[in-house]
Design a protein around this ligand. Sequence first.
Ligand code: KIV
Ligand code: ZN
Length: 379
Amino acid sequence: MSQKIQVFDTTLRDGEQVPGCQLNTEEKVTVAKELEKLGVDIIEAGFPISSPGDFRSVEAICKAVTEPTVCALTRAKKEDIDAAAAALKFAKRPRIHTGIGSSDTHIHYKFNSTREKILEQGVWAVEYAKSFVEDVEFFAEDAGRADLVFLAQLTEAVINAGATVVNLPDTTGYLLPHQMFQRINYLFENVPNIHKATISMHNHNDLGLATANTIAGIQAGARQVEVTINGIGERAGNTSLEEVAMILNVHKDLGFETGINPQYLYPTSTLVSNMMGMTVQANKAIVGANAFAHSSGIHQDGFLKHSENYEIMKPEDVGVPSSAIVLTSRSGRAALRHRLNLLGFEFEKPELDKLYTRFLLMADERKMIQDEDLKELVG
Ligand code: KIV
Ligand code: ZN
């Protein structure tokens, strides 16, 4: 039996913090409905105190979706929690996500405070949020660099105050996967009431390790992942939803599953990319333009013999219409024959060999060979 991992999507909060990616209420509602179709469990809809527009967006999302929990972010401050509670008024399943910095760096340089005062404020924030909603998530910002003994005390204290979820973010994307595993494992062994709450992973991608760290966290006991479509988010971004969903799907042996409908991954990625004007890098796993494109002769030949030679998942499974055989001067005869056949041309070997020599000259010059070029080549 697989264990369920809760998918908490923060595209509309952490993702939307990216410069130039801001969405209006109507656009946010469109994305939220797509996320609901995709099967996310929790939508972090925004940070209501941050602007009247964000407040309205959270309110509108609460009215627009029925299945997912709708979550609003707050600092550990009364005015933030009041605003979040008001914005979540129409949610079927509201969650307040409140918290404070937990590393000594944040405690000293950001809050000019002490561990004791931070713990007190965190507990107060959870208790205050609990007076509005049952479901309260606490984030220990910069948990990745926090003193582990203090982090254990803070985690125990906020769980005892009523936190249903404790989010332990690697805010600066600092940790290595084995360190993440050891830290989460340490908490499971040293926080007496940890099983009363869900432990959540929220990892940033500053060293390109967000997804690996999230998987390591799951293996150590975390049961919620905070992710974004296309991995967008502050600086180098957040953990990519599509990567985590497909890792757990491809590696069923790990024993975890999500409620994500993989066939909506690519359409959702395209919607978010277009709406936010944020191009997806071509080599992005799962949803990049080259994720299912084969371009070298050796790979093309192997792929055409059997797709499993070079694909560990099917493009259609994640909503990508089909794999692509891209013709360049690195392509071989098998790929050339395949594309010619698709265009309705059949050639015997000697003829194909001659055509291939001319194809290479053309490809060296034009870099990518399209169908129009092939028709010209055939004459
Ligand atoms: O990266 C982070 O620590 C955050 C928190 C506000 C959850 O985004
Ligand atoms: Zn974040």
